[in-house]
Structures are given as C-alpha cells and as structure tokens.
Design a protein around this ligand. Structure first.
Ligand SMILES: *[C@@H]1O[C@H](CO)[C@@H](O)[C@H](O)[C@H]1NC(C)=O
Ligand SMILES: *[C@@H]1O[C@H](CO)[C@@H](O)[C@H](O)[C@H]1NC(C)=O
Length: 561
C-alpha cells in the first residue's frame, strides 16, 4: 500500500516537474543579459507585468517559445524575456520605449526590432525566417553588416571558375603551385580544371618564359606534371589521358576539407554526385565532434565528397525530427534524394570509420564503357552481381530491382573482405559480351550472374541447380552460397581474355566508350593544388621522349598528347 502511494506520488512529482520545465520561459537580467546574447541570435521581449498589451500577448509568447525551443540547439536562435519593472536600467540601456518591445540581437549586437502585428502566425513565420537566416550565416537586419552575404567557404574556394590558371613565379608562390601548358594538351588540362572546380587549383607554367622556375622544380622533360600538396610533391608519370590523371588524383589527394552546403545546393549535388556524405551539424555541435568526423572522412580524399550543413530546411528535407536528437553523418548514393544510411553522433571512432568505409564506394552501377574497367579490371577484384536487364519500361523495372538489392545489401548484407557491387547491363547493348563471357543467352534475360573477378569465375545457378532469377531473394541466396562455398562455378569467357585488347574493342563496338570518368562529377572539395609543369616550345616541337615514347596506351585508348 505504501509502495503504491509512493509510486503515485513520484509520478505526480515528475509529471509536474516535466510540465513546469517545458513551459519555463527564459528570463534575462542585468547580470546575465550581455553574456547570454553574446552568442547566437536572441529575440528578447522587454515587458512590464503591469502593461495590458503584455498580458494579452503572454500566451502567444509562451506558445511561440515552446514551439521554437528546438531552434536553440539547431540554429542558435533563442527567445527570452526581460521584466522591465525589475530591470529598469537594463531596459533603459536597451532603448526600450514601450511595452512589449521585441528586440532581435545577433552575437551581441542589436540587429532589429519586431514591430508588426503580434499575432501568432505572423510572428512565428518571422521567427522561422530569422532562425534560418542566422543558421545560414545570412544577414538578420540592417545593423548586421558583418554577416552580409557571408559565405566564406565559397569565397575562399580554390579554382572557383574551373579553369587552368597560367602563373609566373609570384603567382606560383601565391597558389603554392606550378605548371605550364602545352598547346596540344591544353584541352585535357582545361577538362581537368573543370572537373576539379572548387577543389583543386590547376596551374600552368610556361617554361620558356620561366626557365629558372622550371629548373628549380626539377623539370627535365616536357610536359612535366606535378601535384603539390601540403608541402609534398608527387610527379605524375603515366600516360596523360584524362581517366589516368583523374584516377591518379583520386588516389593521391588526401584530406579534403568538408564543403558547406545549403538545402538549395542539394538538388545539384544529387545530380552531380553518385556518392557523398552530409555531416549534419547544429548550433550545439562541439568542435571535438567536428574533428572526429574530419578524422573519419579523411581517407576519402577526393573520391567521395563530404558536405557539411546545419540548414534547418535540410533537416526538414530529410525528415529528421526536430529538435535534432544529435548531429549525424548521412550517406547518400545512386543520385537518390534520401539518405541510404546514417550514424548518430557522438559515436565510437571505430563505428564511425566502419560506417564511412561501408558507404564510401558505390555499390550500384549501370554498366557502360566508362566504368567497365572499374569493375572488371579493378585491382580490388570485386564480386560483381551483374543483372542482365531488358530494354524499355520492363528494363526499368529490372533496374529498380537491382538498385533495391544494392541498397538492401549495403544496409544489411554480410560483411565481407571482397567488395560486392551490383551492376545492371542492358542486355541488348551487351548481348555479345554477356554470351561470350558469362554464357547468358537471350532467353535467360532478365537474369543475374555473380562474377568473381578475382578468380575469374561466375555463378548463375542456385544450390538447387536452378538458374538465378533477377530478384533480391535469388541474389542474396547466391551470395550466401558463394560465401559458404556451396556453389559450382564456371570459368569466365574462355574465348576472351579478361580486359584484353579484343575485349576492349568489343566495348568500342558496343559504341559505349567515352572519355568520361565515373568519378568526374563527384569531385568537389577544397584547397589542394595541382601543378602542371610543361614546356611550351618542346611540346609544340612534337614528341615526348624516353619512357613516354609509346603512342598507343595499353588500354587501347587514344593518346591525348
Ligand atoms: C541599429 O543600431 C542603432 C544603434 O546602434 C539603433 O538605434 C537602430 O535602431 C538599429 N537599427 C535597427 C534596424 O535595429
Ligand atoms: C529534398 O530535396 C530534393 C532535392 O531538392 C527533392 O527532390 C526532394 O523531394 C526533397 N524531399 C523532401 C521530403 O522535401
């Protein structure tokens, strides 16, 4: 009996406490006013308990304060009151002339006063707009001149025009860069610069004009291409084709700072980036946490961009509850507007790293000449779940099924050392290849073949010796079978060597080749510098010498210089 009564009391007590706490309105006074409003945006109601308008407005203020409380954590927008009957001096020094006065402060400065109708919907919309503006670093009012159009990241971003910069000694120092241009190569460099717009400076030094500079940088042959990064220099020595240059940069460029984004940028990012992360912060995110995330994403280099945002509109877009429980890191893939994975922060270093790793490669692709090599000739030797899909609307259904499988695998698939990727190939375009390499006949389509690029083996039958259909269940069952070693494999394309010249020629035949690089669009980051050091005269004179003297590259691609 006593227990029950105690329990009941406890319930009442906590209930009352919770209610009181939720509706408590923040009060400021002489002692804490300055220190409080010094950080964040503050809407402060100066009131007198005796004023009739103030009393009438009190319920509205209370509702607004409750509804917008989440903005404190999310956007740094606060609401508070000053009782001018008790705090006369403070109200005088705040230039309060009537009651109630709603003053807006940003980082310690007065930036405006709300003088419109104090009806809930109007004031609420106004608060939303100010909270949004504050969290985005935009101006809140006439007096807030510092933050006028404040977008430091954008302004300081390297290579913001996406063009090669021609530099001399001084320019080089300024860019910590190097590089000249050979007329014939110029188009590649221009493409490279366009590709790394906002990420890397691409510079050119004409060694005829700046011989000493070139000598000091150890330029012996022309063109010479160097990457300058954090005081280190790497020479690019492969064939000068765009794909090889970009893969060199993907590989070498490390630790790219996160780029700020707003909700408006998001659509463009989805369109451009096949794969990216968004670090969703709030006003209350700690510096330690930012550093932890920076450490975790460092290994991504240029391969996968990481954006950072605290935009409340983006929280809404991703249907993340407000107030945000914590900040989080979101992973996006396959040009889809909703994240495929999220990790809530704070998290353990190892969990965060595992999350980043798991989401740092795309696991779904549409097969094309551009990306063919990245699966079938990759040094990682992935296991490719290849869907041979139909044409037209039916093919679109097959493709959607493949995308679903890829996502499901990413979320819950068995962890394995070998990368597993899902690839759709439109059967009519890849007919010959499918038949010769993995024995897929037109009658089998739509179907799946799991190709182990390491052992050059493929699997197209389940344990029951039934041909695999294009369904998630079949895909998972075959992956499980491979993992357990239950399934019988067959050798890939006896007639054709993997990636041989004839294999490549087949791609040309299929009319699928282009110079584009699958990661081209995803490269976007800050602050690293590429230098291209070339000699104009010798380039024009013709052939490069020595080791670079072969004129057909081994992949059968056209040599671009
Ligand atoms: C700007 O600041 C001045 C004094 O610092 C103040 O008198 C004025 O009301 C402010 N303007 C706005 C729009 O808040
Ligand atoms: C989020 O933004 C993207 C890109 O602008 C848009 O396609 C999507 O519909 C938005 N989602 C929601 C729930 O607003």
């Amino acid at each position: 009996m006593l227990w029950r009564r105690l329990a009941a009391l406890a319930l009442i007590a906590t209930g009352a406490f919770a209610e009181e706490e939720a509706t408590e309105l923040r009060q400021l006074n002489e002692d804490n006013f300055k220190a409080s409003i010094a950080h964040g945006a503050w809407l402060v109601e100066h009131f007198s308990p005796r004023c009739w308008h103030c009393k009438a407005f009190a319920p509205t203020w209370k509702d607004l304060a409750i509804k917008n409380a989440y903005h404190e954590q999310l956007s740094g927008f606060h609401m508070a009151q000053v009782n001018c009957l008790a705090q006369g001096d403070l109200c005088d020094s705040n230039n309060v002339r009537g009651y109630p006065s709603l003053m807006l402060y940003a980082d310690g400065k007065e930036v405006g006063e709300y003088k419109d109708d104090r009806a809930y919907p109007l004031l609420d919309a106004w608060i939303e707009s100010k909270a949004l503006a504050y969290s985005r670093g935009e101006s809140l009012g006439a007096n807030d001149t510092d933050s006028e159009g404040r977008q430091p990241d954008q302004l300081n971003r390297p290579n913001h025009e996406g063009k090669v910069v021609e530099v001399d000694e001084a320019g080089l120092e300024a860019l910590k860069t190097n590089g000249p241009v050979c007329k014939k190569l110029r188009p590649i460099y221009e493409k490279l610069a366009a590709t790394y717009k906002g990420a890397l400076n691409v510079a050119a030094v004409n060694c005829d004009d700046h011989p000493i500079l070139c000598k000091r940088n150890g330029v012996q042959g022309y063109p010479t291409i160097k990457l300058f990064q954090h005081g280190e220099v790497k020479v690019f020595e492969k064939h000068r084709t765009l794909p090889l240059m970009t893969s060199f940069l993907d590989e070498e460029v490390k630790s790219v700072p996160m780029k700020k984004m707003t909700n408006e940028d998001f659509e463009g990012i989805i369109a451009d980036d096949d794969l990216f992360f968004v670090y969703l912060t709030s006003y209350s995110t700690s510096l330690e946490e930012v550093e932890q995330v920076e450490r975790a994403v460092k290994s991504l280099g240029l391969k996968v961009p990481v954006y950072k945002t605290n935009d409340p509109l983006f929280y809404k877009n991703q249907s993340i509850a407000m107030p945000p429980p914590t900040s989080s890191l979101l992973a996006f893939a396959s040009h889809e507007p909703h994240h495929v994975g999220a990790v809530a922060l704070p998290a353990k270093d190892e969990d965060l790293e595992h999350f980043v790793h798991r989401n740092s490669y795309p696991n779904y692709f549409d097969l094309s000449g551009d990306n063919y090599n990245t699966f079938f000739l990759s040094e990682n030797h992935p296991l490719v779940v290849l869907g041979a899909v139909r044409d037209g609307a039916e093919g679109e259904k097959d493709r959607v099924e493949m995308v679903k499988m890829a996502r499901a695998w990413k979320k819950g698939g068995r962890h394995s050392e070998q990368r597993i990727i899902f690839v759709s190939a439109i059967a009519s375009s890849w007919q010959k290849w499918l038949r010769k390499m993995v024995g897929v006949q037109p009658a089998d389509i739509p179907t799946i073949v799991a190709i182990d690029t390491k052992g050059r083996k493929f699997y197209d039958r389940k344990i029951e010796d039934i041909r695999v259909r294009l369904t998630g269940a079949d895909a998972f069952s075959i992956l499980e079978g491979i993992h357990k070693g239950y399934l019988k494999s067959q050798d890939v394309g006896s007639a054709l060597e993997w990636g041989s010249r004839s294999g490549t020629l087949m791609l040309f035949e299929a009319g699928q080749w282009s110079a584009a690089h699958p990661f081209l669009a995803t490269l976007s980051a800050l602050a690293v510098v590429v230098a291209l050091v070339l000699g104009l005269a010798r380039c024009l004179g013709g052939r490069a010498r020595g080791a670079r003297g072969t004129y057909v590259n081994e992949k059968g691609g056209q040599r671009l210089d």
